[in-house]
Design a protein around this ligand. Structure first.
Ligand code: DAH
Length: 357
C-alpha cells in the first residue's frame, strides 16, 4: 500500500496537464484502477486482516482523491495565470462607439410607398434613366413644339456629328415608364414606377436629380373615383393618420384628360406639419385619366381600355413626413445628416409591421 501511495502521489505531483491527471485518476482510483483491485482482495482475507486493510485502503483512496483535486485546482490556476500573461488589454483606452450604416430617407420612403401600393395590387416597374425623347415626350402626347418640353429644363445627351440614333435625354419624369410597361405587359395593368429623374434646376426645393413615383392603372372601367380612393388610401397609410381630406384641382397635363392636381389638408401650426387637419392645402401630386393618345402610343386600344395615372415627388413627400427643410441635404452625403435622418438597416417597412418604425 505504501508503494501504491508513493507511486501515485509522485505521478500526480508530476502531471503536466489535466489529461494526464485524468489518466492517473483512472489508473489509480477508477472502477478498474489499482485501488479497486486491491479492494476486491479484501474478500479473500481473514476478518482480522480485513479490519486493518479495509480502513487503510479507504484512507489511501481518499488521499489520492484529495491529491488529484488539489493538483487539478493548481493546474487550472496555472492555466489562468498563463492566459492573463499572454492576453493583454489596455482598459484605459476610450470605447469605440459602433458606427453602422443607415438607410437613406429616400430609399426608406421608396420602400414605404412600394409597400403601400403593393397592398393595393400594384407591382413595381422600372425604366432607363437615359431614355429617347420619344418615350420621354412624344409618346406622352408632348410633341416637339409643345411648351412642356421647354418647361422641363431637359438635359439632352450630346450627339456626335453623323449619329443617327434618336435623340436621348436624361428622363425628366417617371412617366415614360408608363409607355414601356404598357408595351411590355399590355392591359389590364397596375404598376408604380419609382426612380430618379433629372432637370436643370437648383435651389432649396430643386436639385438636378430627384425622385418620382409614377402610378398607372388600366382596365375596362377604371374611373376618377378609383383614382381618388387609391390616393386617399395611400396618403392615409403614408402619413400614418386615420383620416385625410384630399382636394382635386382641375389642371392640365398633356398625358391625361381630364387632369387634376391633388392637395391634402394640413396645418403648419407651430412650424410643424400636421396632415389631415387645419386650413392649409399642400400640393402633393399630378394625376388624371390617361389620354387616349398615350394608350395608343403604348399599343393599347383606347376604345377598349381606360385608366388613371399619377406622378408624385418622392423627395417632396419624404421632406414632408420626416421634417427635412432643405431638399439639397438629401444629396450632400453629409455623414452627420445621414446618421440623424437615416433608418435602421434591418427595419423593412411593411403595413403590418409599421412603415416608419
Ligand atoms: N410627369 C409629371 C411631372 O413630372 C407628373 C404627372 C402628372 C404624372 C400627371 C402623371 C400624371 O402620370 O397623370 O410633373
Amino acid at each position: 500500500m505504501d508503494d501504491l501511495k508513493a507511486k501515485y502521489l509522485t505521478q500526480i505531483a508530476d502531471a503536466a496537464d489535466e489529461t494526464s491527471l485524468e489518466d492517473i485518476r483512472i489508473a489509480a482510483v477508477g472502477k478498474k484502477g489499482e485501488v479497486a483491485l486491491k479492494m476486491r482482495e479484501l474478500g479473500k482475507m481473514t476478518p482480522e486482516e480485513r479490519q486493518v486493510a479495509g480502513p487503510a485502503l479507504n484512507a489511501l483512496k481518499d488521499e489520492i482523491n484529495s491529491a488529484l483535486a488539489a493538483k487539478k485546482a493548481a493546474l487550472a490556476d496555472a492555466a489562468l495565470d498563463e492566459r492573463l500573461r499572454s492576453e493583454w488589454l489596455d482598459v484605459t483606452l476610450p470605447t469605440r462607439t459602433q458606427r453602422r450604416g443607415t438607410i437613406h430617407p429616400i430609399s426608406q420612403v421608396t420602400e414605404e410607398v412600394t409597400a403601400i401600393f403593393a397592398e393595393m395590387g400594384f407591382s413595381v416597374a422600372e425604366g432607363p434613366r437615359i431614355d429617347t425623347d420619344w418615350y420621354n415626350f412624344d409618346a406622352l402626347n408632348i410633341p416637339g413644339h409643345h411648351p412642356a418640353r421647354a418647361e422641363m429644363d431637359t438635359f439632352y445627351m450630346h450627339r456626335a456629328e453623323g449619329d443617327n440614333r434618336p435623340p436621348h435625354v436624361l428622363r425628366t419624369h417617371t412617366s415614360p415608364v408608363q409607355i414601356r410597361s404598357m408595351e411590355a405587359t399590355g392591359a389590364p395593368t397596375r404598376i408604380i414606377c419609382p426612380g430618379g429623374v433629372y432637370r436643370a434646376d437648383y435651389d432649396q426645393t430643386h436639385t438636378p436629380m430627384f425622385h418620382q413615383v409614377e402610378g398607372l392603372a388600366i382596365d375596362k372601367d377604371i374611373s376618377m373615383a378609383n383614382l381618388k380612393w387609391v390616393l386617399e388610401e395611400f396618403v392615409k397609410s403614408y402619413f400614418e393618420v386615420d383620416g385625410v381630406d384630399l382636394r382635386f384641382r382641375a389642371s392640365h397635363f398633356p398625358f391625361t384628360e381630364p387632369s387634376a392636381e391633388v392637395d391634402i389638408r394640413c396645418s403648419w401650426e407651430g412650424g410643424t406639419l400636421k396632415v389631415g387637419e387645419g386650413d392649409d392645402w399642400l400640393e402633393i401630386l399630378g394625376s388624371g385619366m390617361v389620354h387616349p393618345k398615350v394608350l395608343e402610343a403604348g399599343g393599347i386600344d383606347p376604345n377598349e381600355w381606360q385608366g388613371f395615372a399619377f406622378g408624385m415627388g418622392i423627395d417632396r413627400i419624404a421632406m414632408l413626413k420626416y421634417g427635412v427643410p432643405d431638399l439639397r441635404a438629401f444629396f450632400d452625403s453629409d455623414l452627420r445628416w445621414l446618421r440623424h435622418y437615416g433608418f435602421a438597416a434591418l427595419d423593412v417597412p411593411t403595413l403590418h409591421g409599421g412603415l416608419s418604425r
